[in-house]
Design a protein around this ligand. Structure first.
Ligand SMILES: [Zn+2]
Length: 301
């Protein structure tokens, strides 16, 4: 009985101690801003910011004193609410690194001092006139809108190009970008090696994976997933941070995506349904294997 109580006490105590036996002082924050942004501190000064629309998009904020580095910047439908977010987190100035340039990742770019993006993604953003994507999305989307919603908000931003494998430092953080095309032409993922954080943008998440954009490519996507799986295998307890749905994502998920791709390529699967083209996406075919779903563009001929 006494031994049992001792074990329980030891267990409870272990919850408050880190492996070095030091008391944990981390007091992670969790709050809502302006009835819009859900703010969740994942680790000290690493925040997940979720926007409550039907596409369940999130972005990330790394903080260092009153400065911040955003990994993507969400849909950004209201400058008023964005300013409340910055105030709540005591951010005076921030930069953004974009995993890619889709409308649900670049929404607050115009408020940033500097916006990092890959050259290929920027060139494609211009070529396909993707700045009009948000308007096209809003016409199709029936989600609620934040206070101060302003569809005409000026959204001009200038790119600073990042190079694959050339680290970007911010405060105590270091982010190493790796080009990971497939979902889009110039998509990057970012590794923070000290914290084992992998910011994977829209490369993988637990939901229908989009490969039916004009610049999507299944063969490039397969290579990107393979290199992500290899990166994961070299890290101990990596934390996968996608921009949609469950965050963090189970580290075994990318391998399941690879299995699905192999089945599609080996013609071992038939699509479970076809989707017509719309103003954002090309015509596509949905494939599913063991709960992992992907929509592949089937260009109209
Ligand atoms: Zn995307």
């Amino acid at each position: 009985m006494v031994a049992d109580m001792f074990l329980r006490l030891t267990f409870l105590l272990s919850l408050f101690l880190n492996p070095n036996g030091m008391a944990m002082t981390e007091n992670l924050k969790k709050f809502k801003v302006a009835n819009w942004y859900d703010v969740n501190e994942l680790k000290k000064d690493v925040f997940i910011i979720r926007e409550p629309t039907d596409i369940d998009a999130s972005f990330f904020i790394l903080k260092s004193s009153n400065k911040a580095l955003f990994i993507d910047s969400g849909i950004g439908l209201s400058e008023k609410v964005a300013k409340q977010l910055l105030e709540a987190l005591k951010i005076k100035q921030f930069d953004v690194i974009n995993t890619h340039a889709h409308f649900d990742h670049v929404g607050l770019n115009h408020l940033a001092k500097k916006v990092y993006i890959s050259r290929s993604e920027w060139e494609k953003f211009q070529r396909l006139d993707e700045k009009t994507q948000l308007d096209r999305f809003l016409k199709m989307d029936n989600s609620s809108r934040p206070e101060g919603f302003d569809p005409k908000m000026k959204r001009t931003w200038k790119p600073t190009f990042i190079e694959s494998q050339k680290p970007i430092s911010f405060g105590s953080f270091t982010l190493t970008p790796t080009l990971s095309p497939g979902h889009t032409e110039g998509h990057v993922l970012l590794l923070e090696p000290k914290l084992n954080l992998l910011f994977i943008g829209d490369l993988v998440y637990d939901g229908l994976l989009y490969l039916h954009l004009q610049d999507s490519s299944l063969s490039q996507y397969e290579e990107s997933i393979k290199s992500l799986v290899s990166m994961i295998s070299k890290l101990s307890n990596p934390i996968l941070l996608p921009c949609h749905n469950s965050i963090p994502l189970d580290a075994g998920y990318p391998k399941k995506v690879l299995t699905l791709i192999e089945k599609i390529k080996g013609k071992k699967l038939k699509p479970i349904k076809e989707e017509p083209a719309n103003s954002l996406f090309q015509k596509g075919a949905v494939y599913e294997y063991e709960g992992v779903k992907l929509i592949l563009g089937t260009k109209a001929n």
